[in-house]
Design a binder for this molecule. Structure first.
Ligand code: ASP
Length: 325
């Protein structure tokens, strides 16, 4: 009897160490990717492309859940607090995982309370304007913004969102003041830009490219050292008149802390398999995304990049003294 109890306890301990029975059978039900912004925005678009391809590898539906608010902090917190069983994971990017922790009073640690899964893509921003905006290039836009302080409306995905930080750098480098209009994601902000309700946006390439190609908005510059392959005629910020305004919005996926290692490995493998799929690659590249090399797609590479970005940006973001009200 005693022996049987001990054997039972040992088995339970082995199961626990392996993360419970789930580790062997994972996934046995649908997996949710939490997108911390609205549907139809850049982060959502990437998540949906991945989810569809991951479903095939994992043999279970992978759904996208949009948990929005506070520039993505609410969605990220939802992942931190989710059960660490692999069924809830999150996608995030430069501003949700680097900028926000520097300006929001979060009650978790962005590095230690999440398990990195994969570094999936990076894209610069595009400075876009509504079609009828009275400027034909970046220099004219700067002149207009300077002559009309606080008049140019700039759509953002919330205080501290990538689109907001782009706008703040614009203000600093151009010596102009704009009026920020916050939304719950780049999706609705871009809709309002297309409808002519707001003037400009520092938007992730992935979001704006289809609207630029459809001739619905104007584009003045790309926030990178190199032009985008998908939009070869669009000048860089250096060429257009705001030298050095580089912003690369990179995306990654994370699981809650404590997710069993082999469950993490299955999720990472499914993401990496999706990133190797020519159809996924074509879609990402068409959206102005650069896909990291295979060696950079690993959890270790995501963690290293995340740490390096925190080191680089926190002093700059803290010095900018961004107010969240
Ligand atoms: N990533 C946001 C979104 O998907 C936009 C942003 O951060 O500017 O809506």
């Amino acid at each position: 009897m005693r022996r049987r109890i001990i054997a039972g306890l040992m088995m339970a301990a082995t199961c626990l160490a392996a993360g419970g029975a789930d580790a062997q059978t994972f996934p046995s039900k649908q997996v949710t990717i939490v997108v911390p912004f609205t549907a139809g925005g850049p982060t959502d678009t990437l998540a949906r492309i991945l989810a569809e391809r991951m479903s095939r590898t994992l043999g279970q539906t992978v759904i996208v859940e949009n948990t929005t608010g506070a520039a993505g902090t609410i969605g990220v917190a939802r992942v931190v607090r989710a059960a660490p069983d692999g069924y809830t994971i999150g996608i995030g990017h430069w501003s949700t995982h680097v900028v926000n922790p520097a300006i929001y009073p979060l009650n978790f640690n962005i590095l230690d309370d999440l398990e990195p899964l994969s570094f999936i893509a990076t894209n610069p921003q595009l400075l876009v304007t509504r079609k009828e905006f009275p400027a034909t290039d970046l220099k004219e836009l700067i002149a207009y913004a300077k002559a009309n302080p606080d008049k140019v409306t700039a759509g953002t995905a919330g205080v501290g969102a990538a689109s907001h930080i782009g706008g703040l750098y614009f203000e600093e480098k151009a010596g102009a003041k704009v009026r920020f209009i916050p939304y719950r994601g780049g999706g609705p902000a871009l809709q309002d830009l297309v409808a002519g309700q707001i003037d400009i946006m520092f938007d992730q390439a992935a979001n704006s490219i289809p609207q630029i190609q459809a001739g619905k908005i104007k584009v003045f510059a790309v926030t990178a050292k190199q032009r985008l392959k998908t939009l070869p005629d669009v000048p860089t910020v250096d060429e257009a008149g705001l030298p050095g305004l580089y912003i690369a919005v990179w995306h990654g996926l994370w699981a809650p802390k404590g997710t069993p290692k082999d469950v993490q490995a299955k999720l990472t493998a499914a993401i990496i398999e999706a990133l190797a799929d020519p159809q996924v690659r074509e879609k990402f590249i068409g959206l102005g995304q650069e896909i990291p090399d295979a060696a950079q797609q690993t959890p270790q590479a995501l963690r290293a990049h995340h740490e390096a970005e925190i080191k680089l940006w926190w002093p700059l973001i803290k010095a900018a003294n961004i107010k969240i009200e």
